[in-house]
Design a protein around this ligand. Structure first.
Ligand code: CA
Length: 231
């Protein structure tokens, strides 16, 4: 199951995609304009963006460029939806950074297969059951964690927050994406909840708390390597 943002202004295509992606078990966000799509991409941090080339406000090419230039959305997988003959060369020439494309009219089945392929390429299918990162040691299966060989007690949520950040350590996670993926979206919690929990998690982790870095104005990021962190 993945989170997929559909940026498409044609109502019937939007509906077909929404219906079929949900049926395949994915979570779907819909946008009808480029600006709305960019906002949702930043807020929700989906796994895959299906991006129409012809949108009412911005060309899909500009949306793609903006996604690939913004550090908070750069790693999203972008699949362009193009009509035959439309700028396909530029799209697949990677000038824009699109990861894949399909030509309209596309078969839903083919699109779903292509999405599967993207997800296989990008998601760690089997996260290691235990990992060591500098002074941090984590046993996922047992839900146990040690810092410099002292066991630290974490709540289930703190554990999930830590492993989510760590699994995506080369990318910034927005507060909204963390709320979505760690908490599951809910109306009565706010992005401040994320800050509160990160603060508590850092306190519990002591020196290893430095691995969780604040990216001002965006969110949080797990250090790429323990050596990167000054102690
Ligand atoms: Ca269109």
């Amino acid at each position: 199951m993945a989170q997929i943002l559909v940026i498409e202004d044609e109502r019937d295509i939007q509906e077909i995609l929404d219906f079929n992606l949900r049926k395949a078990g994915h979570k779907v966000f819909l946008a009808s304009t480029g600006r709305d799509g960019l906002r949702l991409a930043r807020e929700r941090h989906p796994d895959v963006v299906l991006l129409d080339l012809m949108l009412p406000d911005l060309p899909g090419t500009e949306v793609c460029k903006a996604l690939k230039q913004d550090p908070s959305t750069r790693d999203l997988q972008v699949m362009m939806l193009t009509a035959k003959g439309e700028e396909i060369d530029r799209v697949i020439g990677f000038e824009l950074g699109a990861d894949d494309y399909v030509v309209k009219p596309f078969s839903v089945r083919e699109l779903l297969l292509r999405i599967q392929a993207i997800l296989r390429r990008t998601s760690p299918e089997n996260p290691e059951p235990t990992f060591v990162f500098g002074i941090l040691r984590v046993d996922r299966a047992a839900h146990r964690l040690w810092v410099q060989d002292h066991e630290i007690e974490l709540t289930a949520l703190e554990f999930k927050l830590l492993t989510t950040l760590r699994d995506r350590r080369n990318r910034v996670q927005t507060r909204e994406a963390l709320l979505n993926d760690v908490w599951g979206i809910s109306a009565d919690i706010t992005t401040r909840t994320v800050d509160t929990h990160v603060k508590r998690l850092r306190e519990k982790l002591g020196n290893a708390g430095l691995y969780i870095q604040t990216v001002r104005g965006v969110g949080y990021r797990f250090a790429e390597s323990p050596g990167e962190v000054q102690r």
